[in-house]
Write a protein that binds this ligand. Structure first.
Ligand code: C2E
Ligand code: CA
Ligand code: CA
Ligand code: CA
Length: 277
């Protein structure tokens, strides 16, 4: 099992960090964007109906020159607070569009899921910048699912709704990430043009042994289907959970039981082996 994370504790990653620390980390993140220190890993998603891998979620990591591979939970929340998430999202989107166009050109029709943060949806220029990046990389919006969280909608429902609607009109698919952990009302969700609900791993990880989790997962699957949406479960770590979700009629699975997030150089041989099986 590959070890990820910081080798050395860095107090600047602390939410309580002082002003000086915050400034220096913000500077480092900006530099990281300019110097291409980020890297995208991709986690395959399994389509239970066909048994094939039909998609992958792009997950960013920071390849830090000193600290090694830093996981997103250690810099994304900070980047959201300080506003440099805008540059990071721009980098992620550009890279994911480019990679997906390359896969399509080689005959690999993966749908790529991309995470947006709450703050991205408050940026009125986001759809225009996405359009420019699509054109630059010769990518089609139908190749992508944009994952947004419930909190993004709660923060400023009117503006988030406006951005989401514009992205939908451009042709992007939309998915509600971490479903069940936020506080959005079902009425708000109903008004959004989403195609998919993604059940948060906190309900999935232990569902085989926790009757409450099992009930929640079953309810979300039924809710999604009754609303005409597809549903994906993340955090599938065991064969038992895989089987339960299959029997409950879940559409897609993601998790270590299927595959960990991998860099492209490892993902491509994994996909080739999987397809040959
Ligand atoms: P998320 O979007 O909910 O992504 C799922 C997380 O669960 C990922 O962690 C993934 O590696 C991990 N995971 C996948 N399968 C399993 C499993 O079977 N068991 C367990 N325990 N975990 C599993 P990761 O890559 O560390 O990302 C953490 C979070 O950082 C993401 O949560 C997402 O909110 C955020 N993030 C990642 N990449 C981006 C990005 O490009 N932009 C933005 N805005 N946020 C990102
Ligand atoms: Ca996600
Ligand atoms: Ca999640
Ligand atoms: Ca998330």
């Amino acid at each position: 099992r590959k070890r990820m994370g910081c080798a050395v504790y860095d107090p600047r990653f602390d939410a309580e960090a002082g002003n000086h620390d915050r400034l220096s980390l913000t500077g480092e993140l900006r530099q990281a964007v300019e110097e291409d220190q980020f890297v995208l890993y991709y986690q395959p998603r399994l389509d239970l109906a066909s048994g094939a891998i039909t998609g992958a979620e792009a997950l960013v990591r920071w390849q830090h020159p000193v600290r090694g591979l830093v996981p997103p939970d250690q810099f994304i929340p900070f980047a959201e607070q300080t506003g440099c998430i805008r540059e990071i999202t721009q980098w992620v989107i550009g890279r994911a569009f480019e990679q997906c166009a390359r896969w399509r050109a080689s005959g690999l029709a993966l749908q790529v899921s991309i995470n947006l943060s709450a703050r991205d949806l408050l940026d009125p220029e986001l759809p225009q910048r996405f359009a420019e990046l699509l054109a630059r990389h010769g990518a089609s919006p139908q190749w992508f699912l944009l994952e947004i969280t419930e909190s993004a909608i709660v923060d400023d429902p009117a503006r988030a709704h406006d951005t989401v609607t514009r992205l939908h009109e451009m042709g992007f698919g939309l998915s509600i990430d971490d479903f069940g952990t936020g506080y959005s009302s079902l009425a708000q969700l109903k008004r959004l043009p989403v195609a998919e609900l993604k059940i948060d791993k906190s309900f999935v990880l232990d569902m085989a042994h926790d009757p409450d989790d099992m009930t929640i997962v079953r309810s979300v699957i039924d809710l999604a289907h009754n609303m005409g949406l597809s549903v994906v479960a993340e955090g599938v770590e065991t064969d038992e959970v895989h089987q339960l979700l299959h029997d409950m009629g879940c559409d897609y699975l993601q998790g270590y039981h299927i595959c960990r997030p991998l860099p492209v150089a490892q993902l491509e041989p994994w996909l080739a082996r999987d397809a040959a099986q």
